[in-house]
Design a protein around this ligand. Structure first.
Ligand code: SF4
Length: 295
C-alpha cells in the first residue's frame, strides 16, 4: 500500500478500532511468528525500524492525517521494542501530531513482562494507552498445541502489569481454536482468564483456514476436528456463560464471525446468550463455516 509518499511493507493489519488512526509501521512482521493458526506475517522476516527512518515518516503522517488524534504502531507486536527504543518514537509522535489522544499497538504478554513498572508508566505518560493482545485461549493445553509461547499465568501476569501501569487492554479470543476435542475446556478456561483480567475491551474471532483445513491440521500440534457453525455458537455460549465481568465492552463483529454480537459484560450477558440460543436454533445443522478471504 502506498499512501502519498509512505510505502508500507505489505500485508499490513490493524484492529477494527484503529480504522481512522494513522498507521506507523514501527516494526516489520511479528517477532514470534510461530503460532500454528496464524499466517498474518509468515511472508515477512521480523525487523525493527530505526528512529531515523521513522522520524520523516511520522512528520509526513501528521500532515496526511491532519486532525487525527490516534496512532497505531504496526506490525504484529511493535510493543516488543524495548522502552529505550519506543520512547523516542512516542516522543516524536507527540511532537509532530501535537495533542495526541491515544497511541496503541499489538503486544504479547512477554513484551510487557520485559519492561519495568516505571518503563510502562513512562510509555503511558507519552500516550501509549492501549495494547491489543490476541491471547486466543486461557487453556494451557491448547496454548501449547497452537505454539503460542505463553501460558495462562504469563498471560495474566503480563496483562495485569500493563493495566496496573494505567495501560488499557483489548483482548482477543478465537472461537473454534481447539476444534471438537478441546471446545469445552477452551471456552471455560478462556472465560476464567478473562475474569481474572477484566480488560477494557474483549472480542471473539472465529478460527479460519486461509490456506485450507489440511494445511492447518498439519501445523496444529495435535488432532484437530473443525466445529460446525452450530458448534461454534455452542462454544461461544459456554464462554459467555462462564464470564463474570465488570463493564467490559464486548464485540464479536470480525469478518470471520457468523454471528454479530455487541454488548457490555456482564450487564448484557443474558441478552447475548438469548441471541446465541436463537442462532443455535436457526443455524443450518452440520454445516461448516466458510473461510473469509483474509489472512
Ligand atoms: S498470532 Fe500474533 S504472536 Fe502469533 S504469530 Fe500471529 S501475529 Fe505473531
Amino acid at each position: 500500500m502506498t499512501f502519498s509518499q509512505i510505502t508500507y511493507v505489505e500485508p499490513v493489519f490493524r484492529p477494527p478500532g484503529e480504522a481512522s488512526s494513522a498507521i506507523l509501521q514501527t516494526t516489520i512482521g511479528c517477532s514470534w511468528n510461530r503460532c500454528t493458526f496464524c499466517e498474518m506475517y509468515t511472508s515477512k522476516k521480523f525487523k525493527a525500524r530505526n528512529i531515523d527512518d521513522l522520524k520523516p515518516e511520522i512528520e509526513l503522517l501528521s500532515k496526511i492525517y491532519k486532525g487525527v488524534r490516534k496512532v497505531f504502531l504496526a506490525d504484529g507486536n511493535a510493543f516488543v521494542l524495548s522502552a529505550k527504543n519506543l520512547i523516542p518514537v512516542l516522543t516524536e509522535i507527540n511532537r509532530q501530531f501535537g495533542k495526541i489522544q491515544r497511541i496503541s499497538s499489538y503486544a504479547l504478554p512477554k513484551d510487557i513482562l520485559n519492561k519495568s513498572d516505571s518503563e510502562l508508566q513512562k510509555l503511558r505518560s507519552l500516550g501509549l494507552k492501549l495494547l491489543y493482545l490476541g491471547i486466543e485461549t486461557g487453556d494451557d493445553e491448547l496454548l501449547k498445541l497452537i505454539n503460542k509461547g505463553e501460558t495462562y499465568n504469563s498471560t495474566i501476569d503480563g496483562i495485569l502489569k500493563a493495566q496496573e501501569a494505567g495501560i488499557d487492554t483489548s483482548i482477543m479470543i478465537i472461537n473454534g481454536l481447539g476444534g471438537k476435542k478441546y471446545s469445552t475446556q477452551h471456552a471455560v478456561n478462556s472465560a476464567k482468564i478473562i475474569n481474572r483480567i477484566n480488560p477494557k475491551y474483549l472480542s471473539t474471532l472465529t478460527l479460519s483456514f486461509p490456506y485450507g483445513l489440511e494445511h492447518f491440521q498439519k501445523r496444529f500440534n495435535g488432532k484437530y476436528s473443525p466445529l460446525t457453525i452450530t458448534e461454534h455458537f455452542k462454544e461461544l455460549k459456554t464462554f459467555i456463560t462462564h464470564t463474570e465481568l465488570n463493564s467490559v465492552i464486548y464485540r464479536s463483529d470480525h469478518i470471520s464471525n457468523n454471528l454479530v454480537l455487541k454488548g457490555i459484560l456482564s450487564k448484557d450477558k443474558k441478552k447475548l446468550i438469548d441471541v446465541i440460543n436463537m442462532a443455535i436454533d436457526i443455524a443450518p445443522k452440520d454445516v461448516y463455516p466458510s473461510t473469509p478471504s483474509i489472512l
